[in-house]
Design a protein around this ligand. Structure first.
Ligand code: ZN
Length: 587
């Protein structure tokens, strides 16, 4: 039994106890163990061998006994007992955004609702609005949450799928006889959520590769095992398929399995008109009733046969890319290596885990020339937001980091909260002292569309605001974006010279691809930032760059591809334009 499964059992015990109305501290204790075990760097079974289970933070005698029982029998009596009292279908209900254990308890006790289907029909029938703590609005939220859950339940967030694919391919590359290997599908197109991971390989010993694949550490279940195709379920809950293809078809298969379906349909239509056949085995000219091979070993040959340039995978969504490619006008998409700095990260002055110097070192190691330390502002009390006096005291740490890590500029910056009325969480004179200001919404999400739009535009009108952070507030698969007139916000950004962020954090990817593309059309400048809360998260930049690529973005449209001096000039110019504008409007 692996850590992830043990963690799941403990988190279920916590939820079941909470539904039963047990003591909050007891519940929290189980949740804590679940979190700790899930993030443990060592295998729990190794710690047990060494007799060190109780060295895990939060694990006492009785928890250690439960872990041992799980390791020995695969089950835990306490967990089983709770499951016999509460139907296990409630876990599905808990996955509905906005439905927590407290709500579930009310639903079971008052209405006998124990499944998502029952919950849905009760909400539709208006039977929830009179329950304690609920109302008509809650019913609507629950219905939206259920729709959301259905949309996402079969998909995995990009970051999770990426890590699983890297794990699989890294191990196969290390010790299996693979020649070529590439992940295809929506993962290669870097979609924000992924269905299955599709890996293609060529090998002279496919049997040996299959053996290694189904025997990998991260395999939770072998779904199918065949000579040229196998499927597994990883411990992160993602399905991964491995296919062996002949070398002469590798490019064709890669093209075919990368998709998207709509992109491929359009390509095949194009092929038919030129009497060409395109499939997962290759590209063929039809001559006298016979197929004559034109290519398929590499992907470029598939496109070249149709007179097209190689198509970046992120563009293959049938959003006009084939038409544009035929005219030779494909965009020159931004690349990770174009990025020269990262302008949103949190140090241990607020809710980050590393100090400023550590962040600077890590960023320098990535080849960056500048970073901005954007700790939270005071109203983010849970995230350790800095009061003005702390913000000032932080300067000596910034100065020390500049000295200790030469060759990278450390900008004195903030992620300032946008209050409900659009005012900011620091006074103007404090913002004016800072090198860089990103303004974000972190609370009061449930506003009407017009009010939220006005709130954000008002923040953008503050002359010291350089950028709007994670502009829609969504958390993929967990929280819907707030209501917002994005068109109006982007138009304001263009008018006021305020940059919009593509937050690279894989749960956010905000702006998303389509919004980024619209921003480009309106002439809005973008920033791609990681929002890292630790030095290790600076590497998340690739997901932001991928989102920008999916939005057809070129390097010239992204401010953090600029050298520092140009970036500073741009920020200064936008700020002084804004100040002039403000003077005009108040005089
Ligand atoms: Zn934020």
């Amino acid at each position: 039994m692996r850590n992830a499964e043990i963690a799941r059992v403990f988190s279920e015990i916590g939820a079941l106890l909470e539904i039963k109305g047990e003591d909050r501290f007891k519940v929290r204790a189980y949740e804590r163990v679940a979190e700790t075990v899930a993030n443990l760097g060592q295998d729990v079974s190794d710690l047990r061998e060494a007799g060190e289970l109780q060295s895990i933070p939060g694990v006492g005698k009785s928890t250690a006994a439960k872990i041992e029982e799980l390791l020995d029998t695969g089950k835990c009596t306490h967990h089983q007992e709770l499951l016999s009292q509460i139907p296990p279908t409630v876990f599905e209900m808990l996955r509905v955004p906005g439905v927590g254990p407290k709500t579930v308890k009310v639903l079971i006790d008052r209405e006998g609702i124990a499944t998502v289907e029952e919950l849905e029909s009760a909400a539709r029938a208006g039977r929830l609005r009179d329950l304690p703590g609920m109302g008509e609005k809650t019913e609507q939220e629950i219905l939206r949450g259920i729709a959301h859950l259905r949309e996402y339940s079969k998909r995995t967030n990009l970051g999770v799928a990426w890590a699983a694919a890297e794990g699989i391919m890294g191990q196969l590359r290390g010790d299996a006889p693979v020649d070529q290997m590439e992940a295809a599908g929506s993962l290669r197109r870097m979609k924000e959520t992924i269905g299955d991971i599709d890996i293609l390989i060529t090998s002279e010993q496919p049997e040996a590769v299959m053996d290694r694949f189904v025997g990998l550490d991260l395999v939770a279940e072998v779904v199918a095992r065949g000579p040229t195709k196998s499927s597994i379920l990883t411990d992160a809950g993602v399905q991964a398929d491995l296919r062996v293809v002949p070398p002469e078809s590798f490019g064709a298969a890669l093209q075919y399995f990368t998709g998207s379906k709509q992109h491929n349909v359009k390509l095949r239509d194009l092929a038919v008109r030129s009497k060409i056949k395109l499939n997962e085995y290759g590209v063929f000219r039809v001559k006298g009733g016979k197929d004559v091979r034109m290519g398929g070993r590499v992907e470029e040959e598939m496109y070249a046969a149709l007179g097209l340039p190689m198509m970046p995978p992120e563009l293959r969504e049938d959003q006009g890319e084939i038409e544009v490619a035929r005219e030779g006008r494909l965009p020159d998409l931004i690349e990770l290596s174009d990025i020269r700095g990262d302008l949103q990260m949190h140090s241990n002055w607020s809710d980050g885990k590393d100090d400023i110097e550590g962040l600077a070192r890590a960023a320098k190691a990535l080849g960056y020339r500048y970073i901005a330390i954007t700790d939270h502002s005071p109203s983010q009390t849970v995230a350790g937001g800095l009061v003005v006096e702390q913000l000032h005291r932080r300067r000596k740490d910034i100065a020390a980091a500049r000295k200790a890590v030469p060759g990278i500029a450390v900008l004195d910056a903030t992620e300032v909260d946008i209050k409900r009325d659009g005012r900011l969480d620091y006074p103007d004179e404090v913002l004016a002292e800072l090198d860089f200001v990103v303004a974000s919404v972190h609370s009061g999400w449930k506003m009407e569309r017009e009010a939220m739009t006005a709130r954000i535009i008002k923040a953008m009108e503050n002359p010291w605001v350089d950028c709007i952070g994670h502009p829609t507030g969504r958390l993929i698969g967990q929280r819907e974006p707030y209501e917002l007139d994005m068109e109006a916000v982007l138009a304001a950004a263009a008018r006021l010279g305020v940059a919009m962020e593509i937050n690279a954090y894989p749960d956010r990817l905000d702006l998303k691809d389509a919004h980024a593309r619209r921003a480009k059309e309106l002439g809005v400048k973008l920033l791609i930032n990681t929002d890292a809360h630790g030095a290790d998260q600076l590497a998340l930049m690739r997901f932001g760059v991928a989102t920008a690529r999916r939005g057809w973005i070129e390097a010239g449209e992204v401010l953090n591809t600029l050298p520092l001096s140009h970036l500073r000039r741009r920020l200064r110019r936008a700020r002084s334009q804004q100040r002039r504008r403000r003077k005009r409007s108040t005089s």
